[in-house]
Design a protein around this ligand. Structure first.
Ligand code: ANZ
Ligand code: ZN
Length: 822
């Protein structure tokens, strides 16, 4: 019997589809399990890197299904956004058309990979049925004051007369035409995510099944800092004060200058006095052309204004006011008190511009001869009037108290996270459902009139005014309030708005009356297992959490965190580089599937290493996977007679040989189960299955008695079942070849019996500093690490080594361990 993977794969994919094997509905008798991979952007091409994501999800879905769960495993398309619009521009076709073509191609590739999706639940964010509910959510956010409009700066290309996304500005130049970009102030729409900053941060604590590093990245992105806002009174001719935000009030007496961002309101006043064409005016113009990123990453630049402020607690001290590129307009107050002695950035700046450096914190309580770098640790206060001698940590509080008492400062908590600007002056997105009326002002589109359709067949090239604003038929409308003439909002929504809630819609994707029914959402959500790339650790995953919390507050859903467990997979590299079209190192699944079969591709991707790590693609590796599948094929098909016989054994009469395979089988079940469930270590799970196959080969090399045959049969059946989540086609075929009539994918996952796991044991003598202190019975296959861990947790040992340092452990395998302590 030949293993013809092509025929087998096609046959079963058709059968599964016809039998609706993966369609799922609410079933109150079963626990649910929702597995979701981050949905793809329909670029038209699936490569091995994406494939990893979907296959990991597929293994989990199939496995949980066999564990008795009602598994929801859906997929959809993240359709809106720039790449599709640009591809369509290049080809001179409408984005909607390009989008459809890409989806058709990618869908076919996914189907071919044999992934167990419930395709009836497919969603496309560019479908009015989907974006209607995104517009509806926008209206709800607006009602709650969580969506608002304000003037904000955007990147602007004067040559293309268009707004550019940050990623379209390369070192200050337009990606499209290479001319120098500028900034432009436009009315933009924002979501007030800052209102949720504290909860987004606090609730990270609830996410015990998320990777630690993702939580840390989110924590940094939200960026909470506790500090003080301090007022520095201005000296004439200026009036009023400069307020700075600092996390280090303890360094207040070491301030030697104040630094303003060029956008600070005081800068305008200063320019009015010194004139736009002064050197200061020129300097500011130069900085203005730098992007925010360049400002913080390139050389620190600054210029003195010639004006002064007064130190708040040291009345006779005047402080020069500077303007500097590294002060960000969007953070804190846009003004910084520079303390060169204790801040690295300020130190560098002070050295460059020969500014004074005043030490106010010292490790030893006195000034150092010469400070070679900023001292950023806590210490003893010096040069700080009445705070001298205090510990700097205490001084932080004492100085903050003093400032508050005198009305010169306030304790303040700041967050790095900014409100989310979600309006785009582009075509390929859903319109923001707002109408502007001269009489009534800003009027939300009534719910009953949703969706506001994205007009088709219009000139969608980027430019100013934006494409929708240029389209008369779209923009001109009547006011829902007074019936008078009015215009629609011409901006569209950022793609991240659509992906901020798509996982909810899968529970009820066709619903025309509601965003989702309570029954569906309450049964299926939250997502039990979310799988995707680490590149989404912040933006997408923070926005999705934000939307979930708002919807929780609205009473729409009963959970406030969307993803119970998160897994971030590593990337697939080729020749040491990330697979990408531009590098020309893309391996497409189709070519590999033609040569080796889908199951072999799947096995390779899962076997190449722990899935959270990056891995290097290798054709040889796929060949290896393919060879293994053929071994599985042969061990079953060459022993078909055994599977067709009615056989049994009893543990009492079974030969030692039979018992050995039985033990191996149960060890394998345990290993595979735990590797999948606890650790996602599919590679070691597959390795364990390989070992079982090896054992079965040597077992069947010599004649078997009937009881031994019965054990072989049990091992073979369980082998097929355990392999089925990884290689779904070959296992389905083998399952039927051995005479089964229902799908292998509907079988129950095997359970191991503890009694077969019992290993041979040995007696370990435990010595401490050469004296026998304890004796322990341990399994012979325990590793040295495990043994040391066990020994060190024995109460007798704990008592004897308490407060001592372990200098060495000497282990004589299966006999003795000596712990040397001091
Ligand atoms: C004086 C000082 C002395 C500071 C010192 C630090 C060390 P985080 O923790 O990130 O919140 N800062 C404040 N606003 C800024 C802005 N708009 N652009 C650039 N830097 C700004 O950092 C807070 C610190 O960053 C503040 O504390 C301020 O410098 C600076 F030994 O004030 B510090
Ligand atoms: Zn009106």
């Amino acid at each position: 019997m030949e293993y013809d993977f092509k025929e087998i794969e096609e046959k079963w994919q058709k059968r599964w589809d016809a039998e609706k094997l993966y369609n799922r509905e609410i079933n109150p008798d079963k626990p649910k399990y929702y597995v979701l991979e981050m949905y793809p952007y329909p670029s038209g091409e699936i490569h091995m890197g994406h494939v990893k994501n979907y296959i990991i999800g597929d293994v989990v879905a199939r496995y949980m299904n066999m564990q008795g769960y009602n598994v929801l495993h859906p997929i959809g398309w993240d359709s809106f956004g720039l790449p599709t619009e640009n591809a369509a521009l290049e080809r001179g076709i409408p984005p909607a058309k390009w989008n459809k073509e890409c989806i058709a191609k990618m869908k076919q590739q996914l189907v071919r990979l044999g992934i167990s999706y419930d395709w009836r639940r497919e969603i496309n964010t560019a479908d009015p049925l989907y974006y209607k509910w995104t517009q509806w959510l926008f209206l709800k956010f607006y009602e709650r004051g969580l969506a608002y409009r304000k003037k904000a700066e955007v990147n602007w290309c004067p040559n293309c007369s268009t707004v550019l996304a940050n990623e379209q500005v390369i070192d200050g130049f337009c990606e499209r035409c290479s001319s120098l970009t500028t900034k432009k102030e436009l009315e933009q729409w924002f979501f007030k995510i800052t209102d949720y900053a504290e909860r987004l941060l606090e609730d990270l604590k609830l996410l015990s099944k998320w990777p630690e590093r993702v939580k840390i990245m989110q924590e940094n992105w939200i960026g909470k800092s506790k500090g003080v806002e301090i007022k520095f009174p201005l000296l004439p001719p200026l009036t009023g004060e400069i307020t700075v935000f600092t996390t280090r009030p303890d360094t207040l007496f070491g301030v030697t200058s104040l630094m303003l961002a060029i956008e600070h309101p005081l800068v305008k006043e200063i320019l009015n006095i010194v004139g736009e064409d002064s050197p200061l005016g020129e300097f500011i113009k130069n900085i203005r052309s730098q992007s925010t990123l360049t400002r913080v990453t390139t050389e620190k630049l600054g210029m003195s204004t010639g004006f002064f402020a007064r130190h708040p607690l040291s009345v006779n001290k005047t402080i020069p006011i500077w303007i500097a590129n590294y002060v960000l307009p969007e953070y804190g107050t846009g003004a910084v008190m520079a303390v060169p002695a204790h801040d690295e950035r300020d130190f560098e700046f002070a050295v460059k511009y020969s500014l004074p450096i005043v030490e106010v914190i010292s490790p030893v309580g006195k000034e150092s001869e010469k400070l070679l770098s900023a001292y950023t640790e806590p210490g003893i206060m010096i040069n700080s009037n009445k705070f001298n001698g205090m510990n700097s940590e205490e001084a932080k509080e004492a100085i903050a108290d003093e400032l508050e008492r005198q009305g010169l400062g306030n304790r303040k908590i700041n967050y790095k996270i900014r409100d989310w600007c979600f309006s785009r002056q582009r075509y390929w997105g859903a319109p923001i459902p707002i109408i502007y009326c001269d009489k009534c002002g800003l009027v939300p589109v009534p719910e009953a009139e949703l969706p506001v359709l994205l007009p088709e067949n219009i000139d969608f090239s980027p430019g100013w005014p934006a494409p929708l604003a240029r389209c008369k038929e779209f923009i001109n409308t009547t006011c829902p309030n007074c019936g008078g003439q009015a215009v629609r909002e011409g901006d569209t929504m950022d793609t991240f708005v659509f992906s901020a809630w798509y996982f909810l819609r899968f529970s009820d994707p066709q619903n025309k009356e509601e965003i989702f029914s309570p029954q569906n959402i309450n049964y299926w959500l939250p997502v039990d297992q979310y799988i995707g790339g680490i590149e989404h650790a912040t933006v997408h995953l923070v926005y999705a959490r934000f939307f979930t919390k708002v919807m929780f507050d609205m009473g729409l859903i009963k959970f406030s965190e969307p993803f119970t467990r998160l897994f971030t997979q590593g990337m697939i590299y080729k020749d040491g580089a990330k697979m990408s079209k531009s590098k020309g190192n893309v391996v497409t699944p189709d070519t590999i599937n033609d040569r080796f079969g889908v199951d072999a591709s799947r096995m390779f991707i899962l076997f190449v290493g722990p899935p959270e790590q990056d891995a290097e693609w290798s054709d040889r590796g796929v060949e290896g996977a393919s060879r293994f599948l053929r071994r599985v094929w042969r061990i079953i098909t060459e022993n078909l007679n055994i599977f067709k016989e009615k056989l049994s054994y009893t543990e009492e009469t079974l030969t030692p040989k039979g018992e050995k395979l039985l033990k191996k089988l149960h060890q394998t079940i345990k290993k595979v189960t735990e590797d999948i469930e606890k650790y996602f270590h599919f590679n070691t799970a597959i390795a364990a299955i390989m070992e079982l196959v090896n054992e079965m080969y040597s077992y069947s090399a010599s004649p078997l008695n009937n009881e031994e045959k019965a054990v072989f049969k049990e091992a073979g059946e369980n082998l097929i079942i355990m392999l089925s989540p990884f290689a779904p086609h070959i296992t389905e075929e083998l399952w039927h070849i051995i005479g089964k009539t229902t799908s292998v994918h509907l079988q129950t996952w095997p359970k191991w019996k503890e009694k077969f796991l019992k290993e041979e044991e040995f007696l370990l003598v435990v010595q401490i500093n050469g004296k026998v202190r304890d004796r322990l019975i341990l399994p012979v296959n325990a590793t040295e690490e495990e043994i040391i861990e066990r020994v060190l947790s024995q109460p007798k040992v704990v008592a004897l080594i308490q407060n001592k340092e372990i200098i060495n452990t000497i282990y004589v395998p299966h006999k003795l361990i000596n712990i040397v302590v001091k």
